[in-house]
Write a protein that binds this ligand. Structure first.
Ligand code: 0O2
Length: 307
């Protein structure tokens, strides 16, 4: 068990609402160990204060990151509504990962339980979900955001081009945004989930079922979900065919034709940097991510496409 000063949690969970039993046990163990090591209670209290301050700062930075990106999305939406009389953006929802779920994920995925490790390795603390009517709009929005010079795309996971085995579809981008503070700039990763209404409906029902059955969804419901995923994909395809009647893609969207006759145009994500591998020598933390020409997006898509 580590006793580093960067993150020491108290057993009182007043400042960590809803902390899981698992975490309480971990904290109690750590505290016991530290007291057994003869650590001065004053010192322990000081470490606790530092950890809580660090957590509060982290949450403030990531909330600011959400607001920065949310503002960008809102501006695009307002521009579309006012000038073009149509917006590809239907709904926007934001969420800051709860402390409980952040710590649970940190215990599961981080190589050490420290604030720097959490900042470096957990990229979905800040989340924004954008819902659109059409699949082509999903890629179009991603393209508009990717082009903004102060956003760096760190990671792309295209679960539309390659749905998950359970049928989950959505486009996920991790973008890094600068947050300007009084003394320094924090470069905050924000997870963007961009999907159609049909994809969102399916994901929301699946999420509720997973929650209800504690991730063990009964077989017959899995079959229903599978069917529903197929229907949602079909609905998106049919709506895509109607889309041109409602509003053709604008000139700037660089349309081209795919073999299947659907509008297609690569959306360049050459800013995407694979943060899982360090082959490009880029860290998501230093905010100085270069955009190498040969950078590939992690996940299934090296380039985004209008479908
Ligand atoms: P919440 O409550 O939204 O925060 P991770 O699971 O984050 O360690 P992973 O799986 O590589 O890493 O990330 P990925 O695939 O980008 O998925 C992250 C988020 O996408 C999830 O966040 C969900 O919001 C959503 N998601 C991914 N797969 C599914 C799925 O099969 N069904 C549904 N309904 N949503 C999915 P969290 O943290 O799990 O949850």
């Amino acid at each position: 068990m580590r006793t580093d000063r960067s993150l020491v949690l108290g057993s009182s969970d007043e400042s960590v609402p809803g902390t899981a039993d698992q975490l309480r046990a971990l904290v109690a163990t750590r505290r016991g160990e530290q007291l057994a090591q003869g650590l001065d209670p004053e010192d322990l209290a000081e470490q606790l204060r530092e950890a809580l301050d660090g957590f509060a700062a982290l949450r403030m930075h990531y909330q600011a990151g959400i607001e920065e990106v949310r503002t960008k999305v809102d501006i695009l939406r307002q521009e579309f509504e006012q000038i073009h009389d149509y917006s590809p953006i239907e709904h926007v929802r934001t969420r800051l990962k709860s402390t409980e779920s952040l710590l649970t994920k940190a215990l599961r995925t981080c190589d050490e339980l420290s604030l720097p490790a959490i900042r470096r390795q957990i990229l979905d603390i800040a989340g924004i979900r954008i819902t659109c009517s059409f699949v082509s709009d999903v890629y179009w929005i991603a393209q508009m955001l990717e082009r903004q010079p102060d956003l760096t795309v760190l990671q792309v996971k295209d679960y539309i081009a390659e749905p998950k085995a359970n049928g989950y579809r959505s486009l996920h981008l991790i973008v890094q945004v600068p947050v300007f503070l009084s003394t320094h700039t924090e470069h905050v990763p924000v997870e963007l989930q961009i999907r159609t209404i049909a994809m969102d409906f399916w994901a929301s029902v699946e999420h509720k079922l997973k929650y209800k059955y504690d991730a063990e969804i009964p077989e017959h419901l899995l079959g229903e979900l599978d069917d529903a995923a197929r229907l949602a994909t079909e609905l998106d395809e049919r709506m895509g065919r109607l889309r041109e009647e409602i509003r053709p893609m604008p000139d700037g969207a660089e349309n081209e034709e795919h073999d299947d006759g659907q509008a297609a145009g690569p959306v360049d994500v050459d800013g995407a940097v694979d943060v899982d591998g360090d082959e490009h020598g880029v860290s998501s933390e230093d905010g100085d991510a270069s955009k190498p020409d040969d950078a590939t997006a992690s996940g299934s898509a090296a380039s985004l496409r209008f479908i």
